[in-house]
Design a protein around this ligand. Structure first.
Ligand code: FE2
Length: 239
């Protein structure tokens, strides 16, 4: 499987504090069937406290450790880009990273409220030739209140990434029910882990989420959401 949303790099954001724990996440992910994972540290933390060079070197370091253990697991680099008015400029400046250098970019909408910049900033990102992949819409208030807005964004060509844990009740029954509704409505393209830790509360596995999704959309569609679709994104293909 391909996991395109993960906080696995050490000491960068609210993910693991040390490389040892990063390696534990990699082991747990590999055991669960993830072969490729996109490291997506929060843009704000990288920009304010670190640098793109720093996170690139952490990816190289972790890949070397993983390889030394013989794990069937590879880490690529992306970023979880919170949406604000600065995002398009930060993309152009190379401080907001797309997914593995592709035309796809993981975008996190504001959790609460509906600031004015949402539509204009997303449009500017798309004008740069990028396809926003909206992170966990099921946890974003504006979509919870108005699923039609998510529908509008997807009609423009954006993609939607739900989180495995949301389907398993990690964020409560309401979020779980809304995630199932998104699946029913065909408003979810990808399942990712958004892992922050080797075990609960935010483990790296996708298998359980795919099983839960299969109950709603069938096994073939659920498999696409953890394999062919995220793989195509990381390889910069269309699908
Ligand atoms: Fe995240």
């Amino acid at each position: 499987m391909y996991d395109l949303h993960a906080h696995i790099l050490p000491g960068v954001d609210d993910g693991p504090a040390s490389m040892d724990v990063s390696l534990e996440i990699a082991r747990a992910a590999a055991k669960n069937g993830t072969q490729v994972m996109l490291a997506t540290p929060h843009r704000k933390d990288v920009t304010e406290d670190w640098s793109v060079d720093h996170i690139r070197s952490l990816v190289d370091e972790l890949n070397a450790l993983v390889q030394a253990e013989g794990l069937d697991f590879r880490l690529l680099l992306g970023m979880e880009n919170h949406l604000d008015a600065d995002l398009p400029g930060e993309v152009s400046a190379g401080r907001a990273l797309p997914m593995n250098g592709s035309r796809y970019i993981l975008v996190e909408m504001p959790f609460f409220g509906r600031p004015d910049f949402i539509e204009s900033s997303l449009a500017e990102v798309m004008d740069l030739g990028l396809v926003p992949v909206l992170a966990h819409p099921e946890r974003i208030e504006v979509f919870q209140q108005d699923v039609g807005l998510l529908q509008q964004f997807l009609a423009l060509g954006m993609l939607s990434q739900i989180t495995a844990g949301s389907l398993l009740g990690q964020w409560g029954d309401e979020v779980k029910a809304f995630t199932v509704e998104l699946l029913h409505l065909g408003l979810a393209h990808i399942i990712a882990s958004d892992t922050h830790s080797p075990q609960a509360p935010r483990p790296p596995g996708l298998a359980e989420g795919a099983e839960a999704a299969a109950l709603v959309v069938g096994t073939a569609n659920a498999q696409d959401m953890v394999l062919s679709t995220p793989k195509a994104i990381m390889e910069n293909l269309s699908f």
